[in-house]
Ligand binder design. Structure first.
Ligand code: MG
Length: 410
């Protein structure tokens, strides 16, 4: 039986500075060491035992926006069945996949974990359909996009401290929200804390951990949407065999129990994608970095979409992955039953938006108060985006059908 190193047994508590120096020993040259963090918008003393990214992970888990993910739709409306993914279980699956991939690539697992926990905080109730609806409603008022809204949550809307707004996360973790817009653009659009100026132009190379999380997000939802799609009966394993990636997996697994077979196939689907991403990305990183670190950009840090792809699938897997995505769009996300619920959700959100814009006092007190000094459309959008599916539905019924017994949404 192996025994622990005696020098470790006699050692004291693991300190932050010890963890920071361990990171420098075992992380790759392309990883972001916590000791090199550019810091927070509002300076804070470092913790004795936890690194900056470990503290951010803890702040995110304890945030209000994180808890609400439990009652927000991923694809299926939250109360359709206890066994479908919600935005929370999706987030946890992204965390798990991103940590595996991030660890294999010797990146900073704590940073990866914090980013993955944060990546969907700005999502509206009822998923992408309502996000699109809010974007239309705000087209002349600064727009709406869930990644941008995530930054607004952690920078401005969460309120656990007296001294400043937001969670005061490190600059690095906040960059997970720069998927479509750079930090400088998000500042101009009003989604970032205005103090971000001092960090938006810092010199740094692409943060590999953000790309790990971004790719893992896609691996997670493709795989779990196949799983939920089959369980719901809207997709069938046999129908999915049109998709070459699925066919190559499904036809090589043969169990008498179809539920066990489905689970084995989903496991294989995730494993194939992670392994391909890890092997491909390592080759890219080894040939690209540390050259990228030598040519640090002094100007605005580009959004994730515009960065060179350092964490990526092989060209073959990109094709296989796109075929699966296309199939899911056509057969699951556009399925009449899913669409019907999304139509109802959009109508509900449109009406709630108009109602609160007319009567801001009907929002929760802190939002009603803010609407006296800030543009009402933005405050209403913050209020609605923060709602869970069930709260939005309860508000809708109580405002527009006050005399009816609470009716189920679906
Ligand atoms: Mg996601």
């Amino acid at each position: 039986m192996p025994t622990n190193n005696p020098s470790q047994e006699s050692a004291g508590l693991l300190t932050r500075s010890e963890t920071e120096s361990r990171e420098r020993d075992y992380l790759a040259v392309w990883a972001t060491c916590s000791g090199d963090s550019l810091g927070r918008l509002y300076p804070e003393a470092e913790h004795s035992y936890r690194t900056a990214f470990q503290r951010d992970r803890d702040r995110l888990i304890h945030s209000t926006a994180f808890r609400r993910l439990e009652y927000k739709t991923q694809v299926f409306v939250n109360h359709e069945g206890d066994y479908f993914r919600t935005r929370l279980t999706h987030t946890l699956e992204v965390v798990q996949i991103a940590r595996s991939l991030g660890r294999m690539l010797r990146t900073n697992e704590d940073l990866v974990e914090a980013m993955a926990l944060a990546h969907d905080l700005g999502h509206t109730p009822f998923g992408h359909a309502v996000e699109g609806e809010l974007a239309e409603l705000l087209v002349n008022h600064g727009g709406f996009e869930h990644n941008a809204q995530g930054l607004r949550c952690v920078d401005l809307l969460e309120a656990p401290y007296m001294a400043y707004p937001g969670l005061n996360l490190t600059h690095e973790v906040r960059l997970i929200f720069t998927k479509h817009y750079s930090l400088a653009d998000l500042m101009k659009m009003g989604f970032a804390n205005p103090l971000s100026t001092k960090l938006s132009e810092c010199q740094h190379s692409p943060i590999v951990e953000a790309q790990v999380v971004d790719l893992s997000d896609g691996i997670a939802y493709n795989s779990h949407d196949v799983d939920d799609g089959i369980k719901s009966g809207l997709l069938s394993p046999e129908g999915l065999c049109e998709v070459p990636l699925w066919r190559s997996i499904w036809q090589n697994i043969d169990y008498a129990d179809q539920s066990v077979q489905r689970r084995a196939a989903i496991r294989a689907l995730i494993n194939r994608q992670i392994t391909d991403a890890a092997e491909t990305s390592l080759k890219i990183l080894q040939t690209t970095m540390p050259c990228a670190t030598d040519t640090k950009q002094a100007k605005d840090y580009p959004c994730l979409e515009q960065q060179p792809r350092l964490v990526s699938f092989s060209p073959e897997m990109q094709t296989l992955n796109q075929q699966l995505k296309d199939y899911l769009h056509l057969n699951l996300y556009s399925h009449p039953l899913v669409q019907r619920k999304m139509h109802k959700a959009k109508e509900m959100i449109r009406k709630l938006f108009a109602y609160y814009s007319e009567s801001p006092d009907q929002m929760a007190p802190q939002f009603a108060l803010r609407a006296k000094t800030a543009p009402v459309e933005r405050v209403v959008s913050d209020y609605i985006a923060g709602m869970t599916d069930r709260f939005a539905e309860e508000e809708y019924v109580s405002i527009f059908f006050p005399d009816s017994a609470r009716t189920s949404f679906h």
